[in-house]
Design a binder for this molecule. Sequence first.
Ligand SMILES: Cc1cc2nc3c(=O)[nH]c(=O)nc-3n(C[C@H](O)[C@H](O)[C@H](O)COP(=O)(O)OP(=O)(O)OC[C@H]3O[C@@H](n4cnc5c(N)ncnc54)[C@H](O)[C@@H]3O)c2cc1C
Length: 467
Amino acid sequence: MKTAEEYLSSLRDRALVLWIDGQRVDDPVDHPKVRPAINAVAETYRLAHDPEHAALATAHSELTGGAVNRFTHIFRQPEDLIRKIELQRILGRITGTCFQRCVGMDGLNALFIATWEAGPEAHARFLDWLVGVQERDEVICGAMTDPKGDRSRRPAEQPDHYLRVVARDADGIVIRGAKIHQTGAANAHQILVMPGAAMRPGEEDFAVAAAVAADAPGVTMILGRQPSDERKGGPDAGNCRYCGQEVVVLFEDVRVPWSRVFIDGDLAASATLLEAFAGYHRASYGGCKPGNLDVLIGASAALAREHGVDGAHHVKDKLIEMAHLTETIHGVGLAASARSTRHGSGVWQVDPILANVCKQNVTRLPYEIVRLAEDLAGGMMATMPSLADLDHPEIGPRLRAIIGSEARGRLLRLVEFMTYGAGAVPLRIECMHGAGSPQAQRIVIQRHIDWQARIEAARRLAGLENP
Ligand SMILES: Cc1cc2nc3c(=O)[nH]c(=O)nc-3n(C[C@H](O)[C@H](O)[C@H](O)COP(=O)(O)OP(=O)(O)OC[C@H]3O[C@@H](n4cnc5c(N)ncnc54)[C@H](O)[C@@H]3O)c2cc1C
C-alpha cells in the first residue's frame, strides 16, 4: 500500500491535461487550487499506515492475498460495509471536506456485481484490472454523470451530451463525450467511466463501462470553480488544510483496449451497475457527511465558548439539535450497511430503501444544521475583514481588539467556509445533488417499499378482509 508521500509522487508522473481559470497547468500537484484537494485524498493513504486507524483503513484482499487500502477493497462481508461508513466518518472529520475516493470504491464494487452478471469473460477482464488497482493502490475517479442537455430527450436524440462508443475495432473501442462534476478527477490515476442513466434498446453505444488512465491521450480536464477559490492557501481559506475537487472531463476520441472495456452494449449489466452504485454511494453519504458536520458542530461549540454563551440553554439545545440530526444521518447509513444482503457474486449489498433514505436525509438535514451554525456564529462570519488585516502593524492591533482573538476569527472563517463560502460547494450542494438529486432517491424508495404489505396490515387492524 502506498504511503501519503508515495501517492503524492505518483501524481507527478502523470502527463495530465488540466486547465484552471483559462490556463493549462503542467504540474498541478503544487498548484494552490489543487494541492488542498490532493492533501485530502492523501489522508486516505496516511490512515492506512497509522497504527490508530490501520485496522479500519485497510482490508484483506482475496484477490491479491494481501492487505489493501479499503478504498480499493471489495465488500466481502457485511462488516466491510459498516467499516466503510466508520472510516468515511473519521476521514470526513479529519478533512472537513470531500476526500474524493468513495465514488471509485463504490464504482469498483458495483462493477464487480455487474460484470459477474454480464458473464465470465467480462468478469475476468474486470478482475484482472482490479488486481492492478489494488496492487498499485490507485485513486479511481468514478465517472457517471453526463452533461445530459435537455433532460426530456433521450441520449440518442442528443448524443453529444452523453459519453458513448463511436468506433470499435480489433484492438478496442473509441469513446467520445464528457463527464461533469467529477470528484477528484485531477488527483486520480484512472477514470472509471460508467453509464449515467439506464439505457434502452437502441442506446447500446451509451451503455459502456471502461477504465482509462487519467492522462490518456484525448482526456482533458477543466477544474471546477468554487466561490472563494482565490482564498485557498491564504489566511481566509477557512479550512486551512483541505478542500474537495470537482472537474469537467472531456473524452475526445479516447482509445480504450478491450482489456479495459468491462461493459459494451449490455443493457442489463449497465442497469445493474447503475442501481448497485446508487445504493452503495447513497449509503456512503451516511459516513462522510456526518464527519464533515462534526467539524461544523465543533466550530459552533468552540465559537459559543469564545462568545461566552456556551452555558445558555438555547445554545446548548441548538448544539444538541445539530448533533441529533448528524447522528440521524449516520445511523441510517450504518443501518443500510448492517441490513445488507449477499449478491450471487459474493459481494454484499446495502439495503436499498435505507441507503436511499440515508441520502434523502442528507438532502435536507445538513441545511438545518447549517442554519443553526449560522445562528450561533453571529453576523461577523459574513462581515469580518480579512484575517491578513490582523497582522498589519498599523491596523492589526486595533482590529484584534474588535475581533477579540485570532481563534475567534479563524473559527468564524471555518464556519463561513462550510456554510455559504467555498466549502459550501462540496458540503451543501454535494449533499443536495451528489449521488443523485432528491427525486432519484424517492423513485427507488417508491419502487422498493412493499405497499401491499402495509395496506394489508392496516386492513387487518381495521377489521377488513384481505383479498
Ligand atoms: C459536489 C458534487 C460532486 C459530484 N461528484 C460526482 C462524481 O464524482 N461522479 C459523478 O459521476 N457525478 C458526480 N456528481 C454528479 C451528481 O450525481 C449529479 O449532480 C446528480 O446526479 C444530478 O445531476 P445534475 O447535476 O445534472 O442535475 P439534474 O439531473 O439536471 O437535476 C436538477 C433538477 O432537475 C430534475 N430533473 C432532472 N432530470 C429530470 C427529468 N428527466 N424530468 C424531470 N425532472 C428532472 C431533478 O430532479 C432536479 O430537481 C457530483 C455532483 C456534485 C454537486
